[in-house]
Design a binder for this molecule. Structure first.
Ligand SMILES: Cc1cc2nc3c(=O)[nH]c(=O)nc-3n(C[C@H](O)[C@H](O)[C@H](O)COP(=O)(O)OP(=O)(O)OC[C@H]3O[C@@H](n4cnc5c(N)ncnc54)[C@H](O)[C@@H]3O)c2cc1C
Length: 431
């Protein structure tokens, strides 16, 4: 049975909402007399946690210094230094450990539950919520909220029921219902656009290489103005160049470097309807002199070998090398000693500066988040309380914050949820 009032009502049962509710209930240690209530619109809360990280849940990232951590957030950036100084990935590891879940670091810095199953994270959060006395109500959606003259809120649910809340936490992720409730309480909205997606390349023979992975590759988006508009190119948040692993897919490019590139250029790409020129340096940014050295060594030491049977460096994918030979018109059966200088130059250019036409947004990567949301300037980032409406707290992806792939999006949920929980407990209202 849904009570008619609560000290704290959290709308949204995702990671940010759960963290806020648990942290508030734990920190208040029973002193929130009206209790902490969490509403989730679907029958099962924490759905995104379940499907996250390919079913393993990449809980956070081993980036312990908040000054470095903020570089992984295309939206949020430096403003997040304060929140991350109070609850950083190290605190996340300790928090889950204290609640019975051990996180294990992978060589690339991503942290997963030891079980390698996202269900362990869900079990931990649900157990912690029960132990702290959080009342979780599923299949209950918040629809509208009204601030009451004497303080507190009246929340109307989709079912028609009404609920009074001394404090209201919005943790609805990117769902428009949360944006609507926040707007009705005076908040603005930075237009939501997709972030962290793969790139579709216009029909190109490279696509025949689907499945080839290269690391490192340097990608650079060349965002020239659209031919059909007279407007100046919109500014992107960071230089649009990334270096790292890239995967060739049957529609274009994926892999961490591609996802990072599209995250930082999410808005600029949207404004250009996902059309751009992409410069790919398959050598990962190596100097021309280094490449020339490799070619010279191959000519000298592998003189009688055919080009198709000897790559200039061992980590260069054989399929990609054969593709580039064909692309610049070099016969793969030619011996290294017989490679004309002009063709060597063409190969070096193809390796360092191949150009592709981006024709659209590919299917999402393994993570998908929304850029945009409630502007950070409208929130006190020490408490996550609204600067416009006292008693209203905003956490998680609902805010204009998003991170790149690697556990950074959940980290923002844990940090913002925990901060809101501490502030809610400190305010200790009596219903
Ligand atoms: C496939 C996939 C994989 C991902 N993997 C990772 C990963 O491994 N690591 C990582 O860091 N990030 C990952 N992410 C991103 C991460 O899942 C999100 O950033 C994160 O879930 C946002 O948390 P949140 O609590 O703010 O919102 P959400 O997780 O979206 O939760 C909001 C909740 O509120 C509910 N809700 C919405 N409106 C209402 C309403 N009006 N009333 C009541 N309830 C409402 C929703 O049903 C939902 O349960 C992944 C995302 C996707 C899609």
């Amino acid at each position: 049975m849904l009570p008619s009032r609560a000290s704290v009502v959290v709308v949204g049962g995702g990671p940010a909402g759960f963290m806020a509710a648990i942290a508030a209930a734990e920190a208040a240690a029973g002193h929130l007399s009206g209790g902490v209530l969490l509403l989730e619109s679907t029958p099962e809360p924490l759905h995104k946690v379940l499907i996250s990280g390919g079913g393993r849940c990449n809980v956070t990232h081993a980036c312990w210094d908040p000054r470095l951590l903020v570089d992984h957030y295309p939206r949020g950036g430096k403003a997040l230094r304060g929140p991350f100084s109070r609850f950083a990935p190290g605190d996340t590891v300790a928090w889950f450990q204290a609640h019975g879940l051990q996180l294990v670091e992978e060589p690339d810095g991503r942290l997963f539950p030891r079980s390698n199953r996202s269900s362990s994270v869900i079990d931990t959060l649900r157990r912690a919520a029960t132990a702290a006395g959080v009342a979780v109500h599923t299949a209950e959606a918040g629809q509208a909220a009204e601030a009451l003259p004497g303080g507190g809120f009246r929340l109307r649910l989709r079912s028609g029921a009404e609920l009074l809340a001394d404090r209201l936490v919005l943790a609805t992720g990117s769902h428009p219902s949360g944006h609507r409730i926040a707007a009705s309480l005076g908040h603005g909205l930075v237009a939501p656009v997709p972030s962290l997606f793969t790139l579709t390349l216009a029909d190109h023979p490279l696509l025949a290489l689907a499945g080839v992975a290269m690391d490192p590759v340097q990608l650079e988006l060349l965002l020239t103005p659209l031919a059909d508009t007279a407007t100046a190119p919109p500014a992107a948040t960071k230089p649009q160049r990334q270096r790292g692993p890239v995967l060739i897919t049957h529609w274009g490019l994926s892999g961490p470097a591609t996802l990072r590139l599209t995250a930082f250029a999410a808005r600029a790409l949207r404004e250009r309807r996902y059309r751009a020129e992409l410069r790919v340096d398959w050598t990962g940014g190596r100097k021309p002199a280094e490449l020339e050295g490799w070619f010279a060594a191959a000519r000298r030491e592998q003189a009688r070998r055919q080009l198709g049977n000897w790559r200039p460096w061992p980590d260069l994918s054989r399929r990609l090398w054969l593709h580039l030979l064909a692309l610049v018109g070099v016969d793969a059966s030619l011996r290294w000693a017989d490679l004309p200088r002009r063709q060597e130059q063409a190969l070096v250019t193809a390796l360092r500066d191949s150009r592709y036409r981006v024709s659209g947004r590919g299917p999402f990567g393994e993570e998908f988040v929304t850029a945009g949301g409630i502007p950070l300037a409208e929130v006190n980032l020490a408490t996550m309380e609204s600067r416009l409406r006292p008693g209203l707290f905003l956490v998680g992806e609902l805010l204009d914050v998003d991170g790149v792939t690697g556990g950074f999006n959940f980290q923002h949920c844990w940090s913002s949820g925990w901060l809101a929980g501490q502030a809610l407990a400190a305010q200790r209202t009596c219903s």
